[in-house]
Design a protein. Structure first.
Length: 453
């Protein structure tokens, strides 16, 4: 079969428009149903039940040839095209639901301390289809998008990602509200989205359209934002009875400040995706308040991702070294016999302590020496805490795992990070043993520059 010819008229897809909506527009333009547009016209013979969730793979190159729209953009108009930013996998096999939940939702934390959230059997009652996939499709719509001369529908409206349309900033309507307006022959009233919900929806819009989100703490990758938001929603569904006193007080404060029913009225824990829309709406509202309070310094998240929601404080600037004072004569380096004397040894230790406080390279060499015979994580933590207690800044020396986590938060891919760290470690000179696996702030700057090439 020959390749499909280019359509004479092919309006481009709208922002966040679903594939089914765009094809409906094209079908109306050519006055043919979508099935005929795809079948006889493009040669897509496979039966299509849901273009947005389960599109046949052959549809994308055929549509790209006929419309001139890139294959990547066409895929992004469907749910499978949101892997790996919004989803880790789509569709998610039922047997992997439990593991996928704890990887996506509970791997990090926002309000709670790391590891504080209790463990539940997520798939004991029924299968979990994955993050953001509701038990029943929401079928919400924007009254302004659908009332336009050429109506458009977004694939995001079926997911509990936002409360409003991220383009017009108006509340999305349920099918019941649209039906009531039609039966009563009354005009649909558009309801604008106010703060702080509008700010939360705007973060999600940034993630969906640009791939990055400018949070108060720093600019992060879209994948980090989606997992942070889903983790926060999960924490808001937890009962305070299973949490520490500080975390319980924080959750209680959030619900009271939001003036909503505690846990959105949830009595028995369930994943966010299984809840009815009204409870999902209240949870998104409470999450928006958390983001707002944290940005204004009125809430202090304790989780691994909590710092992303708080504005950075004033940065400490090193005041500078003490001006050099020339000595009348250079002292002789102490020999082994001198080190046996308590006075000489105390002077050497004091000099090392001073150097560790101001020089990251010296701090790395000293820590590498201390853990040379026992490089276990427990001994590393113990010796580093000892140096921190003497005045060493905590960020002077970091492990490879800590550096990988920092670079991941900056938005770099894990494969690129691993390759860059391996090459960087191999190319460094003068570092051997455990010290070769320790990294200073200068190393982090060089790694970022290497990854940005």
């Amino acid at each position: 079969m020959s390749a499909p010819a280019r359509w004479p008229v092919h309006p481009p897809p709208g922002e966040l428009e679903s594939l089914s909506s765009w094809l409906e527009r094209l079908g109306r333009l050519y006055e043919v149903p979508v099935t005929e547009l795809l079948g006889p016209n493009l040669g897509v013979v496979k039966a299509v039940s849901d273009l947005d969730e389960d599109p046949p793979p052959e549809i994308f190159p055929a549509l790209s040839q006929a419309s001139g729209v890139e294959v990547g953009r066409l895929r992004a108009m469907t749910l499978p095209g949101q892997v790996p930013w919004l989803f880790d996998r789509f569709p998610l096999p039922a047997r992997d639901g439990e593991e996928a939940f704890y990887t996506y939702v509970r791997q990090d934390s926002v309000l709670l301390a790391p590891g504080e959230a209790p463990h539940f059997e997520v798939t004991r009652r029924r299968a979990w289809r994955g993050p953001w996939i509701p038990a029943t499709r929401l079928r919400r719509s924007c009254p302004l998008c659908t009332a336009a001369p050429v109506p458009r529908w977004s694939w995001t409206w079926d997911l509990p990602l936002t409360i409003g349309c991220t383009i017009h900033h108006t509340r999305l309507l349920s099918p019941e509200e649209r039906l009531h307006a039609e039966l009563s022959e009354t005009a649909v009233v558009t309801e604008p989205i106010g703060e702080p919900v509008a700010a939360l929806d705007n973060y999600t819009h940034q993630a969906l359209t640009t791939g990055m989100v400018a949070l108060p703490g720093r600019r992060v990758h879209a994948g980090v934002w989606f997992r942070l938001l889903r983790c926060l929603l999960d924490e808001l569904t937890l009962s305070t009875a299973a949490l520490r006193k500080h975390s319980a007080a924080t959750l209680t404060h959030v619900w009271e400040a939001a003036d909503l029913t505690y846990r959105a009225g949830l009595r028995i824990w369930q994943p966010y995706e299984w809840l009815p829309w009204q409870r999902q709406h209240d949870l998104l509202t409470a999450a928006a308040l958390v983001v707002d309070l944290a940005a204004r310094g009125r809430l202090h998240p304790r989780g691994t991702l909590g710092a992303l929601l708080t504005a950075p404080g004033p940065e400490q600037v090193y005041p500078g070294d003490v001006p050099y004072q020339p000595r009348p004569s250079r002292p002789r380096p102490p020999g082994l016999a001198d080190l046996r004397r308590p006075v000489e040894f105390a002077v050497l230790v004091a000099e090392l302590e001073d150097a560790v406080r101001t020089d990251a390279e010296t701090a790395r060499q000293v820590l590498g020496f201390l853990i040379h015979n026992d490089p276990s994580p427990a001994n590393f933590d113990r010796e580093r805490e000892l140096l921190i207690a003497t005045g060493m800044p905590p960020h002077f020396v970091q492990t490879r795992t800590e550096i990988e986590r920092l670079l991941a938060l900056y938005g770099y891919e894990s494969a690129e990070i691993d390759s860059a760290l391996t090459d960087f470690t191999r190319e460094r000179r003068g570092l051997h043993g455990p010290a070769a696996q320790l990294f200073s702030p200068d190393d982090l700057v060089q790694l970022c520059a290497r990854l940005n090439r």
